[in-house]
Design a protein around this ligand. Structure first.
Ligand SMILES: C[S@@+](CC[C@H](N)C(=O)[O-])C[C@H]1O[C@@H](n2cnc3c(N)ncnc32)[C@H](O)[C@@H]1O
Length: 231
């Protein structure tokens, strides 16, 4: 069955059309122990950076996870995308968002209002939080912008979601230069996950300094990658 959530530009699907929330939860939230890490926060914040906002599924799930343990105000979320789905596509996905549907709708309504009011803008706040932003533009420019938001160890990234389509179809989202920038912006002990297990992506991550591990992928997928900044 062809997926409704398909990019003709990259010739790739956004996520499994059967159960996008379970897939994203497994590959990104659970793989980085998001709920446990949110629970163990004392006074500090936790920063997530995502490459590829897409439909905002990861963002909605992460905000719901933080809300559940009363840490919404402590979650900083930065993401980037060069393009947005259409209102029709956004509406189509809402039926598959299950318990995160309210958060998903709230996110997209607020982005729509900001786009209408500030047509020249390319940085949108997520959930009206100054510390959570969606950058519209290319990933390279986003990394420069992110550096201005991660100016010291405490404000660096705790968790990366690398979610930029298949590496074979979109190598620019998996380059060694990009991972070197990501590594510099990661806290010591900070982690990442991604659904891909491509050998050259693993090597680019390792060359940047991350310790990388192959683990079981979602559903029928054999492997995916997780990792950590050791020092
Ligand atoms: C698999 S989708 C992301 C799914 C998303 N994380 C979600 O939860 O819905 C990959 C996204 O990466 C974006 N993308 C691809 N190349 C990019 C680039 N060079 N700069 C910025 N965004 C890019 C695409 O527009 C697409 O929305």
């Amino acid at each position: 069955m062809p997926s409704l959530f398909f990019s003709s530009r990259y010739n790739d699907i956004f996520f499994s059309a059967v159960n996008p929330t379970l897939e994203k939860d497994y590959v990104f939230l659970k793989a980085n122990q998001l709920s446990e890490r949110l629970c163990s926060l004392k006074t500090q914040a936790l920063t997530i950076a995502e490459l590829g906002f897409g439909f905002g599924v990861n963002a909605a799930l992460s905000f719901v996870a933080a809300q559940k343990v009363d840490r919404l105000s402590r979650l900083r979320y930065f993401s980037v995308d060069e393009a947005f789905p259409t209102p029709l596509e956004i509406a189509r996905l809402s039926g598959l968002m299950r318990e995160s549907c309210g958060m998903y709708t709230q996110l997209w309504n607020s982005i729509a209002i900001q786009r209408e009011a500030l047509s020249q803008n390319h940085i949108f706040s997520l959930l009206s939080k100054e510390s959570s932003q969606l950058f519209q533009g290319d990933v390279i420019d986003f990394m420069d912008y992110l550096a201005t938001q991660c100016i010291n160890e405490i404000s660096k990234v705790d968790i990366w979601y690398f979610d930029g389509f298949s590496p074979a179809k979109n190598p620019a989202m998996w380059s060694s230069t990009l991972f070197q920038s990501a590594f510099r912006l990661t806290k010591v002990g900070g982690t990442f996950s991604t659904y891909t297990a491509a050998g050259w992506v693993k090597r680019n991550l390792e060359n940047a300094g991350f310790v990388v591990q192959k683990v079981k992928g979602f559903g029928t997928k054999r492997d995916m990658l997780v990792g950590k900044r050791p020092v």
